[in-house]
Design a protein around this ligand. Structure first.
Ligand SMILES: Nc1ncnc2c1ncn2[C@@H]1O[C@H](COP(=O)(O)OP(=O)(O)OP(=O)(O)O)[C@@H](O)[C@H]1O
Ligand SMILES: [Mg+2]
Length: 326
């Protein structure tokens, strides 16, 4: 006999335990938000600080769009670390379904419970149905976990790379993000007591539907200015020399002005500075740059575009600009 599906009217449910401890408060101003991120070595500009402050204050999801490696995912990680909240991550992919994203019934455990009840005899069918469709047999996936009360306060829910899912899943998210609730047909509607801090990221490989964006505050995460990028390198890699850091950042910034298929992100800048430091490089020269281009550029066409005299030309420009700024 398979599990029996109940058709109860929707009930409002709170899963898990309610707690009495109060969560670490969200920052009280834009400056405090920027300072909070800086505690975890994330250097945000004021416009990002403003959107994050408002999202936290208003309890609205934040939608972050931008090129690869500009620090979108890191924002959710840093918020979780600095607010002392649990990070719940939903990595999106094509074909992501409710069973992987929201919940699944533990069919094996339900079967055993039914068999045991049958073997014991005299079981009440309605009660058994209620029992097997209770929280005990529910496997909570990230979205449902995020609506369950947590002693440390509402978690940070990272819905990463939403542009990889399909539109059906996006439509499903509307209920979750609009009302912070999820309907489980066999149980009722689960509603968060305190909404999670939701961070959605997209690399914009396709446009995400307006209806979803409307429920969020939006921010485009661009490449940082040279000044900010240098500060990021100095903060994240304090062991890399000042001169090398300056040259690395100036070279990457110059590369981003070239007509490349995929410009390097901050992640690549950090990787490159780290790699050069590992090689005991103290200043850039054309041969070292050419040999390590694979850390910065991941497409052969882009690398080919810089072959020959192009690296030397760019490097000379970068060095003379740096000299002029001294
Ligand atoms: N403003 C910043 N301050 C500090 N570190 C940063 C900043 N921006 C980016 N980084 C660093 O750059 C790296 C890449 O960040 P992250 O993985 O969040 O990028 P992403 O935008 O999510 O990229 P992808 O689209 O490839 O997933 C991380 O190591 C992150 O710490
Ligand atoms: Mg990411």
């Amino acid at each position: 006999m398979g599990p029996v599906r109940g058709t109860k009217p929707a009930r409002m449910l709170t899963l898990g335990r309610m707690d009495k401890t109060s969560p670490r408060p969200v920052p009280a101003s834009i400056d405090a938000t920027v300072a909070l991120l800086a505690q975890a070595h994330y250097l945000a500009d004021r416009s990002l600080g403003t959107v994050l402050y408002l999202a936290l204050k208003m309890g609205r999801p934040i939608f972050l769009e931008g090129e690869a490696g500009v620090g979108k995912t890191e924002i959710a990680k840093v918020l979780s670390a600095t607010l002392g909240r649990r990070l719940i991550r939903l990595q999106c992919y094509e074909g992501l379904d409710i069973a992987a994203a929201v919940y699944e019934w533990n069919y094996a455990a339900q079967m055993i419970a039914i068999r045991v009840a049958e073997a014991e005899g005299g079981h009440d069918r309605a009660r058994l149905e209620r029992d097997v469709f209770s929280e005990r047999f529910l496997i909570k996936r990230p979205l449902l976990q995020a609506l369950t009360p947590d002693p440390a306060g509402p978690p940070v829910l990272l819905i990463d790379e939403i542009d990889r899912t399909d539109e059906a899943f996006e439509a499903f998210l509307l209920e979750v993000l609009g009302d912070f609730q999820i309907t489980i047909p066999e149980m009722g509607t689960v509603k968060a007591v305190h909404p999670p801090v939701v961070v959605i990221t997209s690399n914009r490989t396709r446009e995400v539907h307006d209806a979803l964006k409307r429920r969020c505050l939006y921010h485009w995460v661009g490449y940082p200015s040279a000044e900010r990028e240098l500060a990021i390198v100095r903060t994240k890699l304090p062991g890399v020399g000042k001169k090398l850091s300056e040259q690395v950042v100036a070279f990457v910034q110059a590369l981003r002005k070239q007509d490349l298929f995929k410009s390097p992100g901050v992640a690549e800048t950090l990787d490159w500075a780290g790699a050069l430091s590992e090689l005991d490089v103290v200043a850039l020269d054309p041969a070292t740059v050419s040999d390590t281009l694979g850390v910065l550029l991941k497409y052969q066409d882009d690398i080919a575009r810089l072959e020959g005299s192009k690296v030397k030309e760019l490097l000379d420009e970068v060095k003379s600009e740096l000299r002029a700024a001294e």
